[in-house]
Design a protein around this ligand. Structure first.
Ligand SMILES: [Zn+2]
Length: 352
């Protein structure tokens, strides 16, 4: 038996790239050689871990996983939605000031480049429509209604997914970190259910076969070794999360205080067409997990989830924001190697 194992997406950028981005415009053509070298090095090191599925490590996603597609749009201002982290810092997204809403870039370009460096399956993470919906301000934009914005947003998101599927993505993973955050912002659950409805509206444009290649990632955030919503109970999120019309779920679990309670919740809400990839590595924990610890985590998960519906992943990307230097590339790849090895050890045990 083989248990599938996949990364979430990001790897810390190369030190050269981080240093250059601190000085230069991210679109300066002089940076091109550094981006290209970072992607090539990331894919090669991914392969060296034995990981059966790789990514480009999001080396070109600027400034982060949330706003890469809209960064630099002329019809935005920087004073948009705030994401407060437990460590005290705040990340901010741009605010839309005029219509129409269009992406400036799409993730299929990242995917195409990574595929040129490997024959392994490449996975592509993209941002959810619900995250980008937070760009529309509370007050209506004159001449560009919220409804029109949502229609444009769904079109942009749909074509990004279609381009990635056409380009041969092993999986397209929708990053939905704001799901758990939504419960923190609005404990009534209304914001979360509006997010689920919006994302399902987009997913309804795809066939059941296409949706089997689409997944959703949930986590409490991971930036500068801190989280934004770890205090929100999964019980508030998971019943809604599993309403999303996708085949795969990537659920942060290694950093949870009560992982078995979460596994029990997953068992209750998982449907036969779902596969759940549980987090067995914590990117915000500086200690590299031993493969034996990973094996035990997988075996615990297998007591709740049928092995044919189980997979493993990391709790989050290792550097969702491009300037995050809290984890080194070396540590990230060591952790990935442990995930791959530990998952294999667990599969052997489950087969035996
Ligand atoms: Zn995450």
């Amino acid at each position: 038996m083989i248990l599938p194992t996949e990364p979430i997406g990001s790897i810390p950028r190369t030190p050269e790239l981080i240093a250059a981005l601190a000085q230069q415009d991210p679109e300066d053509p002089a940076l091109e050689a550094l981006y290209a070298a970072a992607v090539r090095d990331t894919v090669q090191r991914f392969e060296a871990t034995g990981s059966p599925v790789v990514t480009d490590g999001e080396q070109r996603k600027y400034h982060n996983f949330w706003t890469y597609c809209v960064h630099g749009l002329p019809n935005t201002q920087p004073d948009g939605f705030k994401i407060p982290f437990a460590a005290g810092h705040v990340r901010r997204m741009p605010k839309l000031v005029r219509g129409p809403f269009r992406y400036r870039r799409r993730a299929d370009g990242y995917l195409r480049e990574a595929q040129q460096h490997t024959s392994l399956p490449v996975k592509q993470a993209i941002i959810s429509p619900s995250a980008l919906s937070l760009m529309y301000p509370a007050e209506e934009i004159a001449g560009y209604s919220r409804d029109q914005f949502i229609e444009d947003l769904l079109d942009q998101h749909e074509s990004e997914i279609r381009d990635c599927l056409r380009q041969g993505a092993h999986k397209v993973q929708i990053d939905f970190t704001e799901g758990r955050l939504a419960v923190k912002i609005d404990p009534s659950g209304k914001l979360l259910s509006s997010f689920i409805d919006l994302n399902n509206l987009a997913l309804s444009r795809f066939s059941p076969e296409e949706r089997q290649r689409i997944g959703v990632h949930t986590c409490p955030g991971g930036d500068l070794d801190s989280t934004h919503s770890a205090d929100v109970e999964y019980a508030e999120l998971l019943p809604s999360l599993f309403q999303l019309q996708v085949g795969s779920f990537y659920v942060a679990l290694a950093g949870e205080r009560h992982p078995e309670a979460v596994l029990d919740l997953i068992r209750q809400h998982l449907r036969p067409e779902h596969r759940v990839f549980v987090g067995v590595i914590s990117p915000i924990d500086p200690t590299v997990e031993a493969p034996e610890l990973v094996r035990e985590r997988v075996l615990t998960a297998a007591r709740y989830i049928p092995a044919e519906q189980l997979g493993t992943t990391d709790d989050c990307g290792f550097s969702p924001f491009s300037d995050d230097t809290s984890t080194s590339r070396e540590t990230a790849f060591e952790k990935i190697r442990s995930r791959v090895l530990g998952t294999r050890l667990a599969a052997e045990r489950l087969t035996g």
